[in-house]
Every structure is written in C-alpha cells, then in structure tokens.
Design a protein around this ligand. Structure first.
Ligand SMILES: [Zn+2]
Length: 272
C-alpha cells in the first residue's frame, strides 16, 4: 500500500492523485492512507484521460459508460493477469458481455492463462451456432448476456456440456442464482462482483446468505465502506489508471466476524 502511494505521488506521468491528496496530512513523511480523500466516478470523468495515466505504454483502452457519459480506462496485459476471477476450470470458454470492451479484456485475461476463448457475436443466433460448433464447456459473462443465452431453447448448443459459468457483474438479482441453477443443475457457478473501471472486487462466498450476498475481496484489493455505507475500493496494483480509495455506488455492509466458510480474510455483503 505504502509503496503504491509513494510511486503514485512521485510519478512524473500524472498529477491526478497528487491533486486529490494535496490536503492530506503526512504521517512519518508519507501520505497517510487512512486519511486520504476518496475519489468517485465524477473525478475520473472530468479529468482528461491522458492526464490521469500513470503508465503510458502497452495499453489496452476500454470505453465505459456511466449514465450515458463515456470515459476511458486503461489496462495492460500484465495487470489484467493479476485480476482474480475465481477458479479456472475451463478449456473451451465462451466470453459473452454486453460490452465488447469487457469481452476483449476477459479474453486477454484468459489468453494470459493460455486459454483461447470463443468471443460472442452481436448476433445471438450466430453466437449460439458457433458455441455449438466449438463445443463450449463454459461461459464467462455478465448477468444479462448469460441469462439471454441459457434461457433460449433452440438446442443449438448442448447446455448439459456447460460445466462452469463465471458471472462478472456489479449487480445480482437475488433470484438470479436460483434461475441459473435451474438451467444448469450440474454446472459450477462462480459469481464475481466487479465494475468495469475497477476490476474484481469480491468473489461470492460458497456459504453466502441468499438475501444479502456475501463476498470475499481478492488479495490485491482493499474494500472499505464510506459513512453512508458505499463500497470504497483500492486496487493494490499499479494500474495505468489507478484505483485508490474509489467510492462506488454499491451499498455494502462489512462483516464483523470471519466467515463461516473459514476463509480467514474479510467479507462483506451487498445491501439493497
Ligand atoms: Zn465465506
């Protein structure tokens, strides 16, 4: 943490965080993480893309929309490989997100693991046909895309062959998991809380409460809550557009106890 803050505050590439932290008191001569200001999506949107870049080479640039306002986020092959989207038990996955930028990013993540995915097409009929021909064994995608493809009854691909489904999204309807289980009774389902601008924020606990979904943050991510209960994320990796104390619009509650799944790390649940 300290090293990341040091690197960013001494960076010659960008002043984005330096401007945000300018009033933060120092602790032993360094910026005190506990007292640094949070940033939010508005700060990212109003600052020009190339002025908030801390890494300038080898970029993969994504367009993200927030309330119809587009903004840019950059990743590198190296930092994408550090994202944790759960266990990888697939050989022939289909990557299917509403945004093609998300599909490309997850395809790069798989490529780093020596897995070449099939990319979905805009045309869902075509996606089904190629998924059948490629004999996909798993799907990685967002709630909407996965719901769309598994609820079709055209028989163009064999749903029984789907062994793993990884859902990466920022919102999960509480009925969604049971709907998914109905379609895929023997498939292994992994649910990852993630925002396009941050990457993964939590992996759904196997012993989650069905009403308030419980997540464990990945090792390289710090999760905190604001006074109003909103999730604040810090990614402990140097992203080209770093995420440090980023206040999201996801309402959570931090658990006071360790989880019953005996994972020793923190956990939090999503609130409505
Ligand atoms: Zn747990």
């Amino acid at each position: 943490m300290r090293q990341l803050i040091q690197t960013i505050s001494n960076s010659r590439e960008s002043n984005f965080y330096k401007n945000i932290w300018k009033n933060t008191p120092l602790k032993n001569g360094v910026i005190d993480f506990e007292n640094t200001s949070t940033i939010e999506i508005g700060d990212i949107i109003k600052y020009k893309f190339n002025k908030r870049l801390y890494v300038k080479n080898g970029l993969f640039v994504k367009i993200i929309y927030h309330n119809n306002i587009p903004f840019l986020i950059a990743r590198t092959k190296r930092d994408i490989s550090k994202d944790n989207y759960g266990e990888i038990n697939y050989e022939r996955p289909l990557v299917f997100f509403e945004s093609s930028h998300e599909s490309i990013e997850k395809a790069l993540w798989l490529y780093n693991k020596n897995i070449l995915p099939l990319m979905a097409e805009d045309n869902i009929d075509l996606t089904e046909i190629i998924a059948g021909r490629y004999e996909i064994d798993s799907i990685i995608g967002d709630v909407k895309s996965i719901t769309n493809i598994i609820s079709r009854k055209t028989g163009r691909f064999d749903i029984k062959k789907i062994k793993n489904v990884t859902i990466i999204d920022s919102f999960f309807d509480k009925n969604f998991i049971s709907i998914l289980k109905n379609y895929l009774p023997s498939g292994k389902i992994q649910i990852i809380l993630s925002l396009p601008e941050t990457g993964p924020l939590g992996l759904l606990c196997k012993k989650t409460d069905k009403e308030n979904l419980t997540f464990h943050p990945p090792k390289n991510t710090i999760i905190e809550t604001s006074k109003n209960g909103y999730l604040i994320a810090t990614r402990l990796i140097l992203l080209p557009t770093p995420i440090i104390k980023y206040e999201t619009e996801i309402k959570i509650r931090m658990a006071k106890k360790f989880c019953s799944c005996k994972k020793s790390n923190l956990n939090f649940s999503i609130q409505k």
